[in-house]
Design a binder for this molecule. Structure first.
Ligand code: PA5
Ligand code: NI
Length: 195
């Protein structure tokens, strides 16, 4: 890990940075139970468990003064009506934020708070999105090309995946009759119904 100032480049449209320390790949099987259409999910898994996204991370010490940053590359595709998406998470330290800069592709960021407030923001090249403290976030690729985003968040933030795995996001981004739609997730558990 570097301790002096450094730079790197992000080659577009591919999105792979010229410097990174950690490379993570998530295939569809990492998203068991997250897509609504279980039959479509099973078919895709049987046909080879496609790669959904990869993350190139510039790791930093997990302390408040640092910024963990990197590039997320989310592939295009759908599971039934639902577009390919990231797992999504709250930060373990809820009072930590994140910033995204969309570099390539088209998508949405689906967000919500523990109290059930929600927001969906469009991502296209040039858009900068600030995710305030307390807001869970999930990227969704609504386009035909890779969705490439640069992200940065405090080193102490941590990832809480379990809450979303068990309760889902309040809103889903789907294609219905050839149109993009933001619909209620019928399986979402409102805060009052949670254990
Ligand atoms: O920190 C972030 O929010 C991003 O770097 C995500 O980790 C990345 O987009 C992958 O998503 P997830 O961590 O929800 O699998
Ligand atoms: Ni995050």
């Amino acid at each position: 890990m570097k301790s002096a100032p450094f730079t790197f480049q992000i080659d577009l449209p591919g999105g792979c940075p010229t410097y990174f320390e950690h490379h993570l790949e998530r295939t569809l099987s990492a998203m068991q139970g997250q897509f609504l259409d279980g039959a479509a999910y099973d078919r895709l898994i049987k046909n080879g468990d496609p790669l959904l996204y990869e993350v190139f991370e510039i790791s930093r010490p997990e302390v408040a003064g640092e910024l963990i940053h990197g590039v997320s590359i989310l592939r295009p595709g759908k599971v039934g009506e639902e577009f390919f998406m990231t797992k999504g998470h709250f930060h373990t330290v809820l009072d930590t934020s994140e910033i995204y800069h969309c570099l390539h592709g088209q998508g949405m960021m689906v967000m919500e708070t523990p109290e059930g407030e929600w927001a969906v923001e469009a991502l296209r090249p040039g858009v900068v999105l600030y995710v305030p403290p307390r807001w869970a976030h999930r990227s969704v690729n609504t386009g035909q090309q890779n969705l490439v985003t640069l992200f940065a968040y405090p080193g102490n933030a941590g990832h809480d995946y379990g809450t979303i795995e068990s309760q889902g996001f309040r809103k889903l981004v789907v294609e219905q009759d050839g149109r993009l739609a933001i619909v209620d997730n019928p399986r979402w558990l409102p805060p009052a119904g949670r254990a």
